[in-house]
Design a protein around this ligand. Structure first.
Ligand SMILES: [Zn+2]
Ligand SMILES: [Zn+2]
Length: 256
């Protein structure tokens, strides 16, 4: 399994893109930095897009991707829970802000939307996909993706602390999890459903106690302006847990 981090951050600039992951060139998760990271030919190779929740930094490229594919005469399968589907249809592909590509073109609409249920294993393009609720306003699900050859990654999406129930459901070799801000903003992280390094440490400690191991950990959704501080605090967490924890960056490739 090859995973490319297309966008690794929670704010966009010339040097940072919003969160998007691409698995084996065909399966994308979240659409914060999809069209700005991929050539038209790479966009045409996409077979499925999974959305974790309806926040703008995760769904933003749904309209731009749909327009590109519409003009190229291609289609895309998008998967999400009901609330994300409702938000995309009400706010993004509403026929006013942008065309409703779930209905256009009439004979073969560009976007085929499939609603998925949490905890129900789905087969999507040869991958086993499990949506697992996390602790973030939305509601929000993380996705565990298992490849045909048995490689397993879990991407939490945005989440605050309190992942014990979630850990019961997943067994990844690679964990892609968020850390949005450094520890001095812990209170605001908890309030808004995000993690800081010390909150991550607690969640990983719980994981280890529950599962008896720790996966390789890659962090996403960092605030680029606070990244140096996050990095220093994470180095201490990695040392304390004696485990690899690295910060993702745009263009990073992970191989399982
Ligand atoms: Zn969010
Ligand atoms: Zn976010």
């Amino acid at each position: 399994m090859n995973i490319r981090v297309l966008g690794a951050h929670n704010c966009e600039s010339q040097n940072s893109r919003l969160i998007s992951l691409l698995i084996d060139d065909v399966l994308a998760i979240d659409a914060g930095g999809l069209t700005s990271s991929l050539s038209f030919s790479a966009q045409q190779k996409l077979k499925a897009l999974l959305l974790t929740h309806h926040h703008y930094d995760h769904v933003r490229d749904v309209p731009t991707l749909a327009m590109n594919l519409f003009l190229l005469g291609k289609t895309i399968n998008i998967y999400s829970t009901t609330s994300v589907y409702d938000a995309v249809l009400t706010h993004l592909l509403d026929g006013e802000l942008y065309p409703n590509f779930l209905k256009q073109p009439q004979n073969n609409p560009t976007v085929k939307f499939t609603i998925i249920e949490p905890y129900k294993l789905e087969q999507i393009e040869g991958y086993s996909i499990l949506a697992v609720p996390v602790n973030h306003p939305g509601p929000t699900v993380g996705y565990q993706v298992t490849s045909p050859d048995g490689k397993i990654v879990f991407y939490t999406a945005d989440t605050g602390p309190g992942l014990a129930d979630c850990w019961e459901r997943v067994s990844p070799q690679l964990l892609i999890i968020e850390v949005t801000m450094p520890d001095k903003y812990k209170e605001s992280a908890v309030q808004s459903g995000h993690l800081t390094p010390s909150l991550l440490k607690q969640e990983l400690t719980n994981f280890q106690e529950l599962k008896g191991y720790l996966p390789e950990v890659v962090l996403v959704h960092m605030n680029p302006n606070l990244e140096k501080e996050i990095e220093a605090e994470i180095a201490a967490v990695a040392r304390a847990l004696n485990n690899s924890i690295i910060l993702a960056y745009e263009g990073m490739q992970l191989n399982l």
